[in-house]
Design a binder for this molecule. Structure first.
Ligand SMILES: Cc1ncc(COP(=O)(O)O)c(C=O)c1O
Length: 386
């Protein structure tokens, strides 16, 4: 009855079943998977959302790429990172997920492929399948820092249309390095691939000095940088994201013309959030600073705690909202996370969830309140070390 875009199996996995059972028993779970900033005790200014009620939003003007003032506000916000963006190259969407779906519609026919990083963001599996696009993995390897194994891209099938890069990557935290961008730009030129760079966490450096950001402005070929309010000011509920289109003028302008048809068919960004965009981007800076302070504090606490458990290693995290812990592979990751939940009431992600090539890794969000985070990490480290 349903299309092939929907996976045949929609059953919850063992961990989801264990979480549901623990919640039904009334267990208070220390959730180290929660990456929702609005639930993490981050302070938000009380009047942050007041401009959503601006009466200017009573008038509806449909603009395919978004209202000019909102696009200008998004472009101007890039000045924080010292780059200049032309508002004409900014496309507003409701979310980064929607941005991906528009870019797949733009670049791919059914059955075409895009290269996706491994390990990375688990949603790629669904975002591609829902557009009838194949996700072809390329590898990131860890050798004190995560790097792209460019050789693993060379086997890309015919019909590959784009490379997806997440910078900094979720969950490895790695930013795209200048030499990786050079290699990728060359490959994209040779194979006529577009470059799509998800930079939703670009504002959250950790162990990174001078990280490369705003890649669409630096890449040689047709490229797209994605970001949004969800991470940049911790407001996922407002549903405002954007694509910055970059590359040689002719290719960029052709892409914008085609994207306009897609965007005009959906007109999905609500007017109030566009009217409020300039204020949200400006006033949301305090939220960003609070999130930055939180992830730094929690990463430091995790590192300090892990020093007492030499069998565990907290991997280098250049940026983003998560940390990866290599733990002894005494049992399968899937079993490990279920037992951790059932015995210690601590919920963590397995590396398997992000398609790590081997076991055993656990991934924790750096957003939870510090006291809960420190206590849950101590329990986790003790549990996996025994
Ligand atoms: C790498 C990455 N991209 C995009 C998103 C989601 O962004 P949005 O809320 O704009 O769809 C997430 C959410 O966790 C993410 O980890």
């Amino acid at each position: 009855m349903f299309s092939r875009r929907i996976p045949p199996e929609l059953e919850p996995n063992a961990l989801s079943r264990a979480v549901a059972a623990a919640r039904a028993r009334g267990t208070a779970i220390a959730d180290l998977t929660d990456s929702n900033p609005t639930r993490a005790g981050i302070p938000y200014p009380d009047d942050l959302l007041a401009p959503l009620a601006d009466s200017a939003a009573l008038r509806y003007e449909p603009y395919a790429f978004g209202m000019p003032a909102a696009r200008a506000a998004v472009a101007a916000d890039h000045a924080r990172r010292g780059v200049v963006v032309d508002p004409a190259h900014v496309v507003l969407t409701a979310s980064t997920s929607e941005a991906y779906s528009w870019l797949f519609k733009l670049l791919c026919d059914a059955g075409d492929s895009v290269l996706v990083p491994r390990p990375s963001y688990p949603l790629f599996e669904h975002l591609t399948a829902l557009e009838e696009v194949r996700a072809q993995p390329y590898d990131l390897v860890y050798d004190g820092r995560w790097t792209i194994d460019v050789a693993s891209m060379l086997a890309a099938p015919a019909g590959t249309r784009a490379v997806l890069v997440v910078s900094p990557n979720n969950p490895t935290g790695s930013y795209l390095a200048a030499e990786e961008l050079a290699a990728l730009s060359q490959l994209c030129r040779d194979r006529r691939w577009a470059l799509i760079v998800d930079e939703v966490f670009a504002d959250y450096p950790l162990d990174a000095r001078d990280p490369l950001t705003d890649i669409a402005l630096r890449a040689g070929g047709l490229s797209f940088s994605l970001a949004g309010l969800s991470k940049s000011v911790g407001l996922p509920q407002l549903k405002l994201a954007w694509i910055v289109v970059g590359g040689p003028a002719a290719a960029r302008d052709r892409a914008l013309a085609a994207l306009e048809l897609i965007a005009d068919s959906y007109l999905s960004v609500a007017t109030p959030v566009q009217v409020a965009a300039a204020h949200l981007l400006h006033a949301g800076g305090t939220v960003r600073a609070a999130i930055q302070q939180r992830i730094r504090q929690n990463l430091d606490a995790l590192r300090a705690a892990a020093r007492g458990f030499p069998a565990c290693e907290v991997l280098r995290a250049e940026g983003g909202w998560s940390a990866v812990i290599r733990v002894p592979a005494t049992r399968r990751e899937e079993q490990l996370v279920v037992e951790l939940l059932e015995r210690e009431a601590v919920l963590a992600h397995s590396g398997y969830f992000f398609d790590f090539p081997r076991e055993a890794y656990l991934v924790v969000s750096l957003l939870p309140p510090p006291a809960l985070f420190a206590d849950a990490c101590a329990r986790l480290l003790r549990f996996v070390s025994t």
